[in-house]
Design a protein around this ligand. Structure first.
Ligand code: AMP
Length: 591
């Protein structure tokens, strides 16, 4: 990269003295043990509990009346909830679970938009020692049922509207689900058969609650992610992960106690939980939570009116703001905004520079994934930005590039600028501890002596200055608007349509959302390809999977390319779609 395109740190970036200024020194001095000692370890029994650190530690101290969350939603006044109120509300929710007979380690699912009850249920569930799994509310009934079943959910917290649209008809397919607790979207109560009204239960529950005596290795959160094949994978996270949330909030997001922080991610995705809920609370920071979807005017309005100082968002959102034009931001004044970070998909160099030109601040791209539980590689205040790079590993994180051999072994690549698989040395506290009920798949994620390297499934390069550059995924998973989508889940839903004989799903590059989901289908005997059938298939997929996962495009093919062992060759479908060389087709089945 030519030196002139590097974005140097300026005085504007140092208006507040950053937490992280000495990259090499801090990496050398850092230890996870020391970082953990900055938290209270307070379950009262020598263990650690995420809710105790995030809520109780603050509510018991000087921050009791400080606003923890400010909830925004269109047409309604903002609702502020202080650390002290969060402490009471989460205790009540924990007592609701206790009253229902839910024990430590049992699974509580939450399916809701970004409403206060979602945040109360996540933290109250953790306080109770339950395992919490927030689901994305734009999922359709099928992904919801699949995940609740995989996680053996006993409780589901959702809203009356979502329940009626997405859960009620599928409830008998979720045999472990005993209790559905409903929030009335329009206020008041709910009285739907087979469900309980959460507001009534909360009003009757006591305010006093002992935090469950969880230990660092006890399971806390279950986040589902997608692989190339098979059902979604439930990545298991433990209470000890809170040390990573804390340290990365300091190094990668530069959180200071007086910040107003806005993480735009939904807690249905790992970012919205680790950084939309936990990390800001740990730092005693006020978080803005907006219930609404993206809207350029609204977003600039929030940044201005709420006085946001640190903003954590996603490349798709930044590209959408760029597309909305430079006129809109001119109407807003954002003197408080001092740090912008983004995650989830490649951030184009133009987007980094756009931030600098239009908002006066470069965008700090960072990298991590559901399995890592927290930010691993980041552009931070401690060094200049090379636009297009994901940055450098944070203190406590060792990253490397390896050649991954067919037999599962790896060789480290020491030379700079050589592409290989990105790996991380195990040992950081928020590393996932398993894929639920799938030990084999988990084991395959590690290689090297003592299985010390976690294989991320991403291809990347490291340059001579230690910056990492994203190249692509090593597998077929799709990234659309920052959401990871497993082609298998989409193919399975399409296969349930009576006309579909086989389905193959790929990510088709898209300038705005990174990739769009495109499906290729061949039809059963007796069905004819037509526009009407295509629309019907699109509607079928959308109804089952929800808008976030369903394909945007469907094309008919007489048959799909398969390997001799019968696997659909998505790679070939993609190469043909993009007019690229077809690569090695020696395993292609020839009819
Ligand atoms: P998820 O588990 O849904 O958070 O998705 C994780 C995946 O998103 C990673 O394995 C990458 O493929 C991709 N990803 C995350 N952050 C970045 C980034 N900064 N640049 C490029 N890809 C990213």
């Amino acid at each position: 990269m030519d030196a002139s395109s590097i974005i140097r740190k300026t005085a504007a970036d140092q208006r507040v003295t950053p937490n992280f200024v000495d990259f090499a020194g801090e990496r050398q001095r850092f230890s996870w043990e020391a970082a953990g000692r900055e938290l209270s370890g307070a379950t009262g029994k020598g263990g650690i509990n995420i809710a105790a650190e995030a809520v109780e530690r603050q509510a018991a101290g000087a921050l009791r009346s400080k606003t923890a969350f400010r909830f925004l939603s269109r047409g309604k006044p903002a609702r502020d909830v202080s650390f002290g109120e969060m402490s009471v509300l989460t205790s009540r929710f924990a007592n609701v679970l206790k009253g229902l007979g839910i024990g430590c380690g049992e699974r509580v699912f939450i399916l809701a938009g970004r409403i206060p009850e979602l945040y109360i249920a996540v933290l109250g569930g953790l306080k109770h020692g339950a395992v919490v799994s927030p689901l994305f509310s734009a999922f359709g009934p099928e992904p919801i049922a699949t995940r609740v079943n995989l996680g053996a959910g006993r409780v589901l917290v959702t809203t009356d509207a979502l329940y009626e649209r997405k859960v009620a008809k599928w409830r008998d397919r979720m045999p472990t689900l005993e209790h559905v607790l409903l929030v009335a979207e329009e206020g008041g109560g709910t009285s739907i058969a087979g469900t309980l009204d959460l507001a009534t239960l909360m009003a009757a529950a006591g305010d006093a609650c002992e935090v469950a005596p969880t230990g660092a290795e006890d399971m806390a959160l279950l986040h589902f992610t997608s692989g190339t094949t098979g059902t979604p994978k439930g990545a298991v996270h433990v209470h000890g992960a809170v040390v990573t949330h804390y340290a990365t909030g300091r190094y990668a997001l530069d959180l200071h106690a007086d910040d107003i922080f806005w993480c735009t991610a939904d807690p249905g995705w790992v970012t919205g939980t680790s950084y939309g809920i936990i990390a800001p609370l740990l730092h005693g920071v006020t978080s803005i939570i907006d219930r609404e979807e993206f809207d350029a005017e609204r977003w600039y309005g929030i940044l201005q009116d709420e006085g946001v100082t640190v903003w954590y968002t996603a490349p798709t959102a930044i590209r959408m703001l760029m597309k909305a034009g430079a006129e809109i931001p001119r109407k807003y004044r954002l003197p408080q905004l001092r740090f912008i970070a983004s995650v989830g998909e490649p951030l184009n160099p133009e987007a980094v520079r756009w931030g600098k030109e239009v908002l006066g601040l470069a965008v700090h791209d960072n990298w991590w994934q559901t399995e890592t539980g927290g930010i691993m590689i980041a552009n931070t205040p401690a060094f200049d930005i090379k636009p297009g790079s994901m940055g450098r590993p944070l203190p406590g994180i060792d990253a490397a590039i390896v050649r991954h051999h067919e037999d599962g072994t790896v060789t480290l690549i020491d030379e700079p600028d050589v592409e290989g698989e990105l790996v991380l040395k195990r040992g950081w506290p928020s590393m996932f501890r398993g894929y639920l009920n799938n030990e084999e798949r988990y084991r395959k994620c590690f290689a090297g002596p003592d299985n010390e390297w976690y294989l991320t499934g991403d291809l990347a390069k490291r340059d001579a200055d230690g910056y990492f550059w994203f190249v692509g995924r090593a597998d077929d998973v799709i990234k659309s608007a920052g959401h990871l989508i497993g082609p298998f889940e989409v193919e399975s839903a399409l296969m349930e349509h009576p006309a579909v004989a086989e389905a193959g799903v790929i990510g088709k590059p898209d300038p705005m959302v990174g990739e769009v989901v495109k499906a290729f289908v061949s039809l059963k005997h007796g069905f004819e390809a037509s526009e009407a059938l295509r629309m019907d298939l699109l509607g079928h997929a959308r109804k089952r999977l929800g808008a976030a996962v369903a394909p945007k495009e469907i094309a008919f093919l007489p048959s799909l390319p398969r390997t001799r062992s019968g696997k659909i060759m998505r790679r070939l479908l993609k190469a043909r779609e993009l007019g690229l060389p077809e690569g090695d087709t020696s395993t292609l089945e020839t009819a």
